[in-house]
Write a protein that binds this ligand. Structure first.
Ligand code: ARG
Length: 459
C-alpha cells in the first residue's frame, strides 16, 4: 500500500530495500522533543493568523503533548514505513485527535521542519558542551590553586626544557577550553535563526508569522532567505568544527595523563574510580578513560569531515543527502559530552606526586637557561656566548653524571672566569620558576593571578 503522507500519486508501496535506505526513524527519533516543540509553535501561530481554527490548534497542541508523553513513557511504536520522526509523530497525532491533525502541516514542509528541529537539537548540544567545559575548567582551576607553586618539568619535544609550575600547566588548559567555549558560543549565536516557515523552499502563500514562531522557539529571528533556510547545514558543521578542536585539546591532555601516570613518570596517580585493571597482570592500573578521550577526536573530526563531504556539491535547495547529517552529529555530540565528563572526573580525582614532580623538574639540566641568563645579567656576556659557556658546563655535568648545582665553583670558573658563588642561587628549580614573573609566566604569583581571574569568570 502507498504512503499515507505522500502516496496520492503512487499505485504501489516502496520496495523493502527502498524503505531501508530511505528511513531515518532508527536515529532521528532523538529529535522527538524538538519536533513536537516546533509543531506546537507552528500550530499556535497558524491559529493566531487565522489559518486554522483555535479549536483545531488546541486539539493539535494537546494531542502533541499526548504523543510526547507516549514517547517519553516508552509507549510509542515507531514505524519504518513512516520514514522519519516527523511523519511518525504526525501519523500518531492523527490516531489520537483525528481530522484536525491533517491541518498541522499547512504552510510547512518537512524541509523547514527538519532544519528547525535539528537546529534546536544542535543548539542544546552547544549549551551542553559549554556546561561541560565550564565544569572541567573549574576542576582544573581547583588543581591549579592547590599546586600554584609545585614545581614540575616543562617540556619541549618532550625533552626537559625549563621548570614550570603545576598550576601553570593546569591553567594552560583552562585557556584552551575557554577558547573552545568561545567557539561554541559564537556558533550558537550564528545558528540561532529559525528556518521554520521557509516551507519546502520558496516560502508559502499563507499569511504566516515567522517572527512569532522564531520567538516562540527561542530563536533571535527567522532566517532571511527561505532557500538558504532549508539548504544549509553550516550550523552543524560549525558545531562539529568546534567539537573537533575541543576534542583535540582533550586528546592532548589525555595523552599527558597517560604519560604522567606511568611507572616511569609517576607525576600523578589517577583515582581507582577512573582507572581499570588487567585480567592477567595483577599490578596494572590502566588509564583507560584517558586513552578513550585521546581517541574520541578521531570520530568527532571524522564526523566533521563526513558531513562536509555530504554537503559539498549539493545544489540548492534540499536534497535527501542531508538526512545523513544527523548520525554524524549525534555520535560526535555524544562522544564529546562523555569525554568532557570523564576528563572532569579524572582531573577532580587525580593526585599529583609533588615530590616526584620536583625531582623530575630538577633533572635534565632544567636550569641551564637560568645559568645562561645569570651570565648575561651578572657578567655582561652576550647571550650567545653565555649559551656556549653554559653548554660546556652541561656537557661537563653530563660527563660527571651530576646535575648543574653539583659542579664545583672551580669547575664553573674554569668555564668562565666571571662566574662566582652567587650563580648557585639561580640553579634551584624554585628560584627558577619564581624568577619568571613576566605576564603569563610560570611564577606562582602569575599563576595565582590567572587562578583568581578565572575563578571570577567561572564562578
Ligand atoms: N528525514 C528527512 C531528513 O532528515 C526529513 C526531510 C525530508 N524531506 C523530504 N523532502 N523528503 O532530511
Amino acid at each position: 500500500s502507498s504512503n499515507a503522507m505522500w502516496g496520492g500519486r503512487f499505485a504501489a508501496g516502496p520496495d523493502a530495500i527502498m524503505e531501508a535506505i530511505n528511513a531515518s526513524i532508527g536515529f532521528d527519533r532523538r529529535l522527538y522533543a524538538q519536533d513536537i516543540r516546533g509543531s506546537r509553535a507552528h500550530a499556535a501561530m497558524l491559529a493566531a493568523q487565522g489559518i486554522i481554527t483555535t479549536k483545531d490548534a488546541e486539539a493539535i497542541g494537546e494531542g502533541l503533548l499526548t504523543v510526547l508523553s507516549e514517547i517519553e513513557g516508552g509507549k510509542f511504536t515507531f514505524s519504518t514505513a513512516l520514514e522519519d520522526i516527523h511523519m511518525n509523530v504526525e501519523a500518531r497525532l492523527k490516531e489520537v485527535i483525528g481530522e484536525p491533525a491533517g491541518r498541522l502541516h499547512t504552510a510547512r514542509s518537512r524541509n523547514d521542519q527538519v532544519a528547525t528541529d535539528f537546529r534546536l537539537w544542535v543548539r542544546d548540544q552547544a549549551d551542553a558542551a559549554i556546561a561541560g567545559l565550564t565544569a572541567l575548567s573549574r576542576a582544573l582551576v581547583a588543581q591549579a590553586e592547590v599546586g600554584a607553586d609545585w614545581v614540575m618539568p616543562g617540556f619541549t619535544h618532550l625533552q626537559t626544557a625549563q621548570p614550570v609550575t603545576w598550576g601553570h600547566h593546569m591553567m594552560a588548559y583552562v585557556e584552551m577550553f575557554a577558547r573552545d567555549t568561545g567557539r561554541f558560543r559564537d556558533a550558537r549565536v550564528r545558528m540561532n535563526e529559525c528556518p521554520l516557515g521557509a516551507a519546502a523552499l520558496a516560502g508559502t502563500s499563507f499569511p504566516i508569522d515567522r517572527h512569532a514562531t522564531a520567538a516562540a522557539l527561542g530563536f533571535d529571528r527567522p532566517m532571511a532567505n527561505s532557500l538558504d533556510a532549508v539548504s544549509d547545514r553550516d550550523f552543524a558543521l560549525e558545531f562539529l568544527a568546534a567539537a573537533s578542536i575541543c576534542a583535540m585539546h582533550l586528546s592532548r591532555f589525555a595523552e599527558e595523563l597517560v604519560i604522567w601516570s606511568s611507572a616511569q613518570f609517576r607525576f600523578v596517580a589517577l583515582s581507582d574510580r577512573f582507572s581499570t585493571g588487567s585480567s592477567i597482570m595483577p599490578q596494572k592500573k590502566n588509564p583507560d578513560a584517558a586513552e578513550l578521550i585521546r581517541a574520541k577526536v578521531g570520530r568527532i573530526m571524522g564526523a566533521n569531515v563526513a558531513l562536509m563531504m555530504v554537503m559539498k556539491g549539493l545544489p540548492l535547495a534540499y536534497s535527501k543527502d542531508m538526512q545523513e547529517d544527523k548520525e554524524q552529529v549525534f555520535d560526535a555530540a555524544d562522544s564529546l559530552m562523555l569525554a568532557l565528563a570523564a576528563m572532569e572526573g579524572m582531573v577532580r580525582d587525580m593526585t599529583a606526586n609533588v615530590a616526584n614532580l620536583e625531582r623530575a623538574a630538577a633533572s635534565g639540566f632544567s636550569t641551564a637557561t637560568d645559568l645562561a641568563d645569570w651570565l648575561v645579567r651578572e657578567a655582561g656576556l652576550p647571550f650567545r656566548e653565555a649559551h656556549h659557556v653554559t653548554g660546556a658546563l652541561v656537557a661537563l655535568a653530563e660527563k660527571k653524571g651530576c646535575d648543574l648545582p653539583d659542579l664545583t665553583l672551580a669547575e664553573m670558573t674554569a668555564a668562565h672566569p666571571a662566574i662566582n658563588q652567587s650563580v648557585y642561587s639561580v640553579l634551584g628549580v624554585h628560584n627558577s620558576v619564581a624568577s619568571r614573573q613576566s605576564y603569563g609566566g610560570t611564577a606562582p604569583e602569575q599563576v595565582r593571578a590567572q587562578v583568581a581571574r578565572w575563578k571570577d569568570v567561572l564562578r
